[in-house]
Design a protein around this ligand. Structure first.
Ligand SMILES: Cc1cc2nc3c(=O)[nH]c(=O)nc-3n(C[C@H](O)[C@H](O)[C@H](O)COP(=O)(O)OP(=O)(O)OC[C@H]3O[C@@H](n4cnc5c(N)ncnc54)[C@H](O)[C@@H]3O)c2cc1C
Length: 434
């Protein structure tokens, strides 16, 4: 039995090694160095295309927890990070060359993994395959993925608004209401006076944007204009657009008398996350935190993901995948990495681990590893495969998607620590088969 893994990025390398560890032979296809995506430039595997940070280490941070969970699966990313780390305060940052070299060597010295430097452009749905070709999947393969998933099930651009945690919104300043009282009052409304709006507006139009790569051309903006670009069209453009105040009656005054209203829409079933409606943006992350914290009620908001606008090929996982990262329609095909709708280096690697682990179990006739919503490694596939998620936006590791505790703990660090300790215990027991 042989499995085809396509893409030797962060997810593909983890998936291939999990398969090999479980006795399964792998043909690992990587198009580099014959062909490079616009962001890749090294011949090595598991290339970090941008930042060299794998984010926070402490388990009271969801990405820190995820990394600890990954260690329990003998993650190659974590092994590589340990030997390539560079000083970065509380974050885990790495020397990217040492990091990638370690993973490349590990893959190349694994007898059950056969590396083939070729671009894959066709998928045989009867063949065991892990597709891990990332956000910059080659064009011909993207066309093929479209063929097997359906025309409307592959997204090419990620134009996402920031998401904040519900608990970090200052409830004393905002109100729930439906415009003109039509429907249920599902939106959280952040009302702003003219003075507040003016201050916010000036900060927004003068904030620093992230540079777009050459390949992220104007097409990004055709369907989905960044809030800062819209704002630059005129002082009142937003107040006639996404920040329109009319029909939103503030219970405190009994009138729709705000000058502008930012609306927050619930982003998950549990009601723990809210996105800023109409705030797709290309501002730098630090600038998003600074400027969007000027919105009434968001002064101390916890941003669990920032808005992004970049080329990002990802599938409509809620329709296509089950919770094991496996296609519902073609059970021999798994997806892994950013292409599934998880977002980030660590998140991508974690999905490669589970996809490889579960494909091994499938082939070896074992029970699947059940993703648990109390763990971060489990919450991610549960989030991206949730059929109720009708407009999937790529998701980072965060505590908003992990099941909370039954007890109330006000101190956030203490609460997150307890959730993390519980999660690590669950994953340990799952792996021990208890
Ligand atoms: C420009 C950019 C910057 C990013 N910056 C960050 C960041 O700073 N921090 C962060 O956490 N996340 C970042 N991300 C998001 C994401 O976490 C990374 O892209 C991550 O590398 C995804 O891992 P992956 O394994 O899914 O894909 P990749 O690491 O991209 O691996 C995919 C591999 O598949 C290969 N491939 C593609 N098509 C084919 C084909 N047809 N046949 C064979 N091989 C193929 C590619 O050459 C590549 O080696 C960024 C994304 C982009 C696009």
């Amino acid at each position: 039995m042989k499995v085809k893994v396509i893409g030797a990025g962060l997810a593909g390398c983890e998936a291939a090694l999990q398969l090999a560890k479980n006795g399964i032979s792998v043909d690992l296809y990587e198009m580099k160095p014959k062909k490079f995506s616009p962001a890749h430039s090294s011949e090595k595997f598991a290339e970090l295309v941008c930042s060299n940070s794998l984010k926070a280490e402490r388990i009271e941070n969801a990405c820190g927890l995820l990394k600890e969970e990954m260690r329990l699966f003998s993650s190659v990313m974590m092994e590589a990070a340990d030997i390539s780390r560079v000083p970065a305060g509380g974050a885990l940052a790495v020397d990217r060359d040492v990091f990638s070299q370690y993973i490349t060597d590990k893959i190349k010295s694994e007898p059950l993994i056969n590396v083939i430097n070729d671009e894959i452009t066709e998928i045989d749905t009867d063949e065991y395959t892990v597709i891990a070709t990332g956000p910059l999947t080659s064009d011909d393969l993207a066309k093929e993925i479209k063929r097997i998933t359906g025309d409307n099930e592959l997204y090419f651009y990620d134009a996402a608004a920031p998401i904040v945690t519900e608990e970090s919104i200052d409830k004393s300043k905002v109100f729930k209401a439906a415009r003109y009282d039509r429907g249920t009052a599902d939106y959280i409304n952040c009302p702003m006076t003219k003075e507040e709006y003016t201050e916010f507006y000036n900060a927004l139009v003068n904030a620093e944007t992230a540079p777009l790569k050459g390949f992220e051309n104007q097409k990004v903006f055709e369907g989905c204009m960044p809030v800062e670009v819209m704002a630059k069209r005129g002082f009142e453009t937003l107040t006639f657009g996404p920040l329109k105040p009319v029909g939103l009656v503030n219970p405190k005054t009994g009138r729709d008398d705000a000058y502008a209203v930012v609306q927050l829409r619930c982003d998950n079933k549990e009601g723990t996350l809210y996105n800023l409606v109409g705030f797709q943006t290309n501002l730098k992350w630090g600038e998003q935190k600074r400027v969007f914290s000027m919105i009434t009620g968001l002064e101390n908001a916890e941003f669990v993901r920032y808005g992004v606008m970049h080329r990002n090929t990802y599938i409509n996982s809620p329709m296509l995948l089950d919770k094991y990262y496996r296609m519902k329609k073609y059970p021999k095909i798994f997806f892994a990495g950013q292409i599934t709708g998880v977002e980030g280096y660590v998140e991508s690697a974690s999905s490669g681990i589970l996809a490889g682990y579960n494909m091994s179990n499938l082939i070896n006739g074992k029970d699947m590893f059940e993703p648990d919503s109390k763990t971060c490694i489990g919450a991610l596939p549960l989030y991206i495969s949730n059929e109720g998620n009708t407009n999937l936006q790529p998701m980072n590791a965060n505590f908003g998607i992990i099941e909370g505790l039954n007890e109330k703990i006000r101190n956030k660090a203490e609460r997150y620590n307890k959730i993390a300790v519980r999660a690590l215990d669950i994953v340990k027991k799952q792996l021990e088969g208890k």
